[in-house]
Ligand binder design. Structure first.
Ligand code: ADP
Length: 520
């Protein structure tokens, strides 16, 4: 039991730590944090502006009030008759009655002579504060003009407040000039403090709401991403049918759509791959079975030399078929994998066509088919000699293979035409063979697609196969290869056919040089 709990605790702690780590590194958390940080900055700037402007307002109010009071004091002192004692000092009369009409109890009023001797002090200014003011008066060297000075920590009643002082000359006849220091609290009712706490509380409340709201919003915004992650996790290599189907029009909807489209492509590619592998194995199984059965059948008892020879002919034909099939499969696999490197050079399409005709002539001749080279003008194209030769041979070979009977021909012809501003070279391989029914035409270039399934290998009996030197029918890969080669050269392949009349395969390729017109 103890062991169990020991084993359990670290796991739980680890999971908790992992959860916290996931949370901290999540976009949700970081988004919320960033928005909070930006909002804090905005609130800070806003609060500072409000606070500073309020403080400036209070200061300028205090200033204008101090100016009015100073003028009143100056007027009052002009009206008073001052006595100067024999030793030259000034006898200050009691003016509190007159002053109280405009000097408020919170105000600080100090009068001193320029030597620093205090003649009147109604405020609670201590000596050091008075000296500070006087020093300021002197260093400012403002002489007889008024001068403002801010003093912190002036105690009046129970409060220590910031005071603003207006220092101004007070001319006394016949004594000379005194210094009047009139001060009043900048913020008498503590407005700034209140404003500070209000701003602080409002900012904190805003940040709290922003924190909760931001987190909620971020969670909502990120939900589709979590969905995509979950779906991606559920999609296995063998089951690509799942789709996100997120029907929203925003950026995440676009991402999900792209993801779905990618899955469509992947599924199609996997399906093609599966189909290709299944078809390839199927195609290989038939000749392998034939070879196995033929060998067993022949070895089951003693045979005449002719019978052995016949069996070996069959095995040889199947072997050739398999070799061709494997070759075609390899070619297509390389093409699919993008490993096919085309060596482009300037070629004459008609030359290549003529070569194909010459090479396959004996084959056609053996079958009693007339292989004709039609018009073959010089046509300069860019291409890979080996692949273009394979493409043309496939077409001519097909025509010879599928044409049977008397008075049959296969004709190879080339030419060019203008399509818009560009010129195209074309090569036609035409026959007057059995033709291809229209319903098969759209699938003709699909891999392993064969029109005449009745003549396909599946229905071929072992006895029929390879008899009388008949070649096994094709694998259905030839035209796929033709199409790939044409497209890799920036061209296309077309087919026109009529049953019992014949078939024309046409390849068009970009022409790099328009031939000179032939003058008659
Ligand atoms: P295969 O190896 O079977 O010839 P292809 O891809 O070359 O495979 O051709 C696909 C199918 O198209 C063939 O099985 C055949 O039925 C049909 N076909 C091709 N060329 C001709 C033609 N000239 N005349 C009639 N049918 C043709």
């Amino acid at each position: 039991m103890e062991n169990e709990s020991c084993a359990f605790m670290p796991g739980k702690l680890g999971r908790f730590r992992q959860l916290i780590l996931n949370f901290i590194t999540s976009i949700r958390f970081r988004l919320t944090l960033w928005s909070l940080f930006i909002l804090s900055l905005v609130l800070l700037v806003f609060s500072s502006v409000v606070y500073t402007s309020q403080s400036n307002d209070l200061k300028s109010n205090a200033l204008s009030e101090l100016e009015v009071k100073t003028r009143q004091v100056q007027v009052l002192f002009r009206l008073v008759d001052f006595q100067v004692t024999i030793n030259g000092s000034l006898a200050m009369p009691d003016l509190s009655q007159n002053l109280s009409s405009f000097i408020e109890p919170n105000d600080s009023m100090t009068i001193m002579n320029t030597n620093g001797q205090v003649l009147l002090n109604n405020g609670n200014l201590n000596t050091s504060q008075i000296n500070e003011l006087l020093a300021n008066w002197k260093t400012a060297q403002v002489g007889e003009s008024p001068h403002y000075y801010q003093l912190a920590g002036v105690s009046k009643g129970n409060n220590n407040r910031d005071y603003l002082f207006l220092l101004s000359p007070l001319p006394i006849q016949p004594y000379g000039i005194l210094v009047l220091m009139l001060g009043q609290p900048i913020d008498p009712v503590g407005q700034l403090n209140k404003l500070f706490f209000t701003l602080l509380l409002a900012s904190l409340a805003t940040l709290l709401v922003a924190l909760l709201g931001g987190y909620w919003l971020a969670t909502r915004a990120i939900r589709p991403v979590q969905m995509i992650t979950r779906a991606a996790r559920e999609i296995g290599e063998t089951d690509l049918r799942k789709r996100l189907n997120l029907k929203s029009k925003d950026e995440l909807g676009e991402l999900a759509d792209t993801f779905d489209q990618m899955l469509n492509r992947l599924e199609a590619a996997f399906d093609r791959q599966r189909q290709f592998t299944a078809d390839a194995s199927h195609e290989l199984r038939t000749p392998l079975t034939i070879v196995g059965l033929e060998a067993n059948r022949t070895l089951s008892r003693r045979r005449t030399p002719e019978e052995y020879e016949n069996a070996l002919q069959i095995i040889k034909a199947e072997n050739e078929f398999m070799a061709r099939l494997v070759n075609d499969l390899l070619t297509l696999a390389r093409m699919d994998a993008g490993q096919t490197v085309l060596k482009f050079e300037v070629l004459d399409l008609s030359d290549l066509a003529l070569e194909a005709v010459e090479r396959l002539y004996p084959l056609a001749h053996n079958k009693g088919i007339e292989l004709i080279a039609g018009d073959l003008p010089e046509l300069k194209i860019m291409g890979d000699r080996q692949y273009l030769t394979q493409m043309l041979s496939n077409l001519v070979d097909n025509a010879i293979k599928y044409v049977n009977g008397n008075d049959k021909y296969v004709k190879v012809e080339t030419g060019f035409r203008f399509v818009g501003a560009s010129a195209q070279a074309w090569v036609n391989v035409e026959d007057n063979g059995p033709g291809i029914p229209p319903e098969h035409l759209p699938h003709l270039f699909d891999r392993f697609y064969r029109v005449d399934k009745a003549r396909s290998r599946q229905s071929e009996t072992i006895q029929d196969s390879g008899k009388d030197g008949e070649r096994p029918s094709g694998s259905g890969l030839g035209l796929s290869i033709v199409q790939w080669i044409a497209q890799a050269h920036g061209g296309q392949v077309f087919v026109r056919s009529q049953v019992n009349k014949g078939t024309i395969f046409e390849i068009v390729l970009p022409l790099i040089e328009v031939p000179e017109p032939v003058t008659q």
